[in-house]
Design a protein around this ligand. Structure first.
Ligand code: LRH
Length: 472
């Protein structure tokens, strides 16, 4: 029986989850949890990477105290962002968050020298203003000149732990720098953005052994003896591996619900079509040669911001859901994907301003505000799932909701009712579970992704929500 630890860090929190297979079940246990956020330093919104690394060591020390002497570890985080390293492998600056304003309107500027259609044809990736492509386009040239290597966040953490540098492909695809047909870095786009291919370490697939945690860390901290496996390092890719698709015969979609809502399907071939371009669907690379054809929706970030701002964080998310239920749904609808919600000064005022401008009832109480966001998210899911069906040419009849948002029963039922399909909710730790599954497949403990999904479905409790035909 082997021990595995998933290090799973999202934009608002991180955790170390211990997993193992025991009596035919995948058991998980949270070892350590910590907050994550960006803050305004040296002119930009930046992540505190040193804090995150400290938390990882704290968590690994806790694991050792719990009796884990030897283990495998895998790291996944949010996508897109990166660090630049100098020739001796030292970080040149703290990583800038994708929510920083530096890339505002940069797609248009970049596209003066290459068309959007051409970028999409090459990459199959959705246009998000903060994609690594546009971040690199706006990056300080002086810093880029000093840079010897660029590492995406989970690859950087893996490098700190193991001393080995890679560019893991599930996350690398979100940069919008990979050519989806050649399955390598796109030399034309690299040239346009003014960086050399050797700025990047070698592109690798999820599921390879990277190396042992360096001796220097073993000497400084009391850690288990650990080997790092390169998992599906993009958190959304790990979450999709963790989807307990128990009805593979159904046309199923997933909703990875956390800071972001990622709604889409898993395919074996990318869908890079005109319609996909028109709807701005992405084809992010998944583990084991799959693709995530999906759409980014602003997600629970807006709810998290309301929670933080409303009377100084007085209400919990559970209370917010309870209050939301007391007011009628679909009273006021905002466009959750409007970039004004990416990082506004004050989310509550921005929501109210949008409702005022569009002549709708202005939500004021915590319940009304939460209700407005839930209603708007559900409307957006409905629209995007419709587009997915159109792109695919078939009807979706099951939706697996995974991630923290899958705990919100009210929202799950509202989705089942409004989208008129069966909703299977859970696990809320699908990302960590997908991370663990890739490690277990790499060591041969689980055969493959299908077997992993069966095991997950068999081990985790799923909630089923059927539509009760209150159709809107
Ligand atoms: C979710 C996520 C998403 C990306 C965004 C930057 O955490 O990784 O898939 O688009 O963060």
């Amino acid at each position: 029986m082997r021990d595995y630890i998933a290090i799973d860090i999202g934009a608002s929190s991180g955790r170390l989850i211990h997993g193992k297979v025991e009596s035919g079940k995948l058991t998980i246990n949270e070892i350590h949890r910590f907050k994550n956020s960006f803050s305004f330093v040296n002119g930009h919104e930046r992540w505190g990477l040193d804090f995150l690394i400290q938390q990882i060591f704290l968590g690994l020390e806790k694991a050792k105290r719990q009796g884990i002497e030897e283990c495998f570890i895998g790291i996944d985080t949010w996508a897109i962002d990166y660090v630049l390293l100098d020739k001796i492998g030292e970080r040149l600056a703290d990583s800038i968050s994708y929510r920083d304003k530096r890339t505002q309107n940069k797609i248009e500027e970049f596209c003066q020298s290459i068309s959007k259609e051409e970028i999409y044809k090459r990459t199959g990736i959705q246009f998000l203003e903060f994609n690594t492509l546009y971040q690199l386009f706006t990056e300080e040239r002086e810093l880029l000149e000093k840079a010897d290597k660029l590492l995406l966040i989970p690859d950087y953490i893996a490098y700190v732990l193991s001393g080995k540098m890679v560019l893991e492909e599930t996350n690398a695809s979100t940069t919008q720098l990979l050519n989806i047909h050649e399955r390598r870095l796109d030399s034309h786009l690299l040239e346009k953005v003014g960086v050399e291919e050797n700025l990047f370490p070698p592109l690798v697939s999820a599921g390879e052994l990277l190396g042992e945690v360096l001796d220097k860390w073993q000497e400084e901290y009391d850690l288990p003896k650990a080997k790092v496996i390169t998992v599906a390092t993009h958190d959304t890719a790990s979450a999709v591996v963790g989807v307990p698709a128990i009805f593979p015969e159904k046309n199923w979609a997933y909703l990875s619900s956390g800071t972001w809502s990622l709604i889409g399907i898993e395919t074996n071939t990318p869908i890079v079509t005109e319609l996909g371009y028109d709807y701005n669907f992405t084809n992010e690379w998944g583990a084991y040669g799959t693709y995530r054809v999906l759409k980014n929706i602003m997600g629970l970030w807006i709810v998290q911001e309301i929670q933080r701002l409303y009377e100084n964080g007085k209400y919990t998310f559970a209370q917010m859901a309870t209050f939301a239920k007391e007011t009628p749904f679909f009273t006021s609808i905002i466009d959750v994907n409007d970039p004004i919600f990416t990082n506004p000064e004050n989310t509550i005022e921005t929501i109210q301003e949008q409702c005022r401008k569009t002549g709708q009832v202005v939500p004021k109480t915590i319940g009304e505000l939460t209700n407005c966001v839930y209603s708007s998210l559900v409307k957006c899911y409905q629209k995007e799932l419709g587009h997915i069906e159109e792109v695919l040419g078939k009807k979706i009849n099951a939706l697996y909701i995974v991630g923290g948002g899958s705990n919100v029963r009210l929202l799950n039922q509202l989705i089942a009712d409004t989208l008129d399909l069966s909703v299977y909710a859970g696990p809320s730790e699908a990302t960590a579970i997908g991370n663990l599954a890739v490690q277990m497949i790499a060591t041969g403990e689980i055969k493959d992704k299908d077997e992993a999904r069966k095991l997950i479905a068999h081990s985790q409790e799923l909630q089923v929500f059927e539509p009760n035909y209150v159709r809107k």
